[in-house]
Ligand binder design. Sequence first.
Ligand SMILES: C[S@@+](CC[C@H](N)C(=O)[O-])C[C@H]1O[C@@H](n2cnc3c(N)ncnc32)[C@H](O)[C@@H]1O
Length: 298
Amino acid sequence: MGSPQDGAYLLLSQHASGFMVSQVLFAACELGVFDLLAETPGPLDAAAIAEGLGTSFQGTERLLEACVPLQLLDVDTRGGRAVYRNSGLASAFLTRRGPRSQRHMLLYLGRTTYHCWAHLAEAVRQGGNQYPRAFGVAAGDLWAAIYRSPGERRQFTRGLQEVWSVEGRAVLTAFDLSAFPRICDLGGDFFQDPLPEADLYILARVLHDWAEDKCSQLLARVHQACRPGGGVLVVESLLDEDRRGPLTTLLFSLNMLVQAEGQERTPSQYRRLLAAAGFPRFRFQKTGGTYDAVLAGK
Ligand SMILES: C[S@@+](CC[C@H](N)C(=O)[O-])C[C@H]1O[C@@H](n2cnc3c(N)ncnc32)[C@H](O)[C@@H]1O
């Protein structure tokens, strides 16, 4: 019989409360805890933070206390009271002005992604993204749902950019790209608009949005526009060939189920897609970060 000290029971408890951890992080970003502390010279107690944020004392105090073991805040005792300052993690990634801030992505995860994940069981039961259930918007036109208001579009695109301040160097230096004089980073409505001629096309977090037929359609367009000797740099989070990990990528693949039309893929899956589209010279590089690089030549 299991006891509270059981490793399995502790793991279960951690899994079950994982969403609470995410919400502490999202709420602290949303309320501006890290920005207030970054803009104040010394540490602050819960009353001063509640006053600065315009929040309740009892809620603020509990949120701050939970942030400490999560290593989002550091705490000291002064005159018998707990005083808080940003942890190293918060100073690096959670303040508005930090050069490696991930704040917009965290706000996006809390305001949008989290609500789609609330319907994960339904997404698994039926297939298909959960924009209709979470936000009452039609799922048929994916990008109309994702960009459903100017504010939503801004939040999403700023969030997307933030990750490259941390992971951009690793994916762009995974291969020597000096043989490609003209490089085009594809975005916008690349299923409709004419594609510019280039030697290398970057498809970063694009193919994972789409099912195979759409990926093939897009890669065929890229192949047609691509100069002789050119290629494609695919930047995605790669699944292991045996599909047992990495956990983050397996979770991202579920995220593609609840928020998009695609999935995360193994190197072999990308190899097949790219070869069928006329890019048979295939290499991939794991970066050790969340995102990896695939280079495929004509
Ligand atoms: C997940 S974002 C990735 C953006 C960027 N490459 C990055 O990694 O940060 C996917 C891209 O697909 C574009 N996109 C694809 N299909 C689209 C469509 N039908 N309408 C509008 N945008 C579309 C979006 O504009 C966006 O640039």
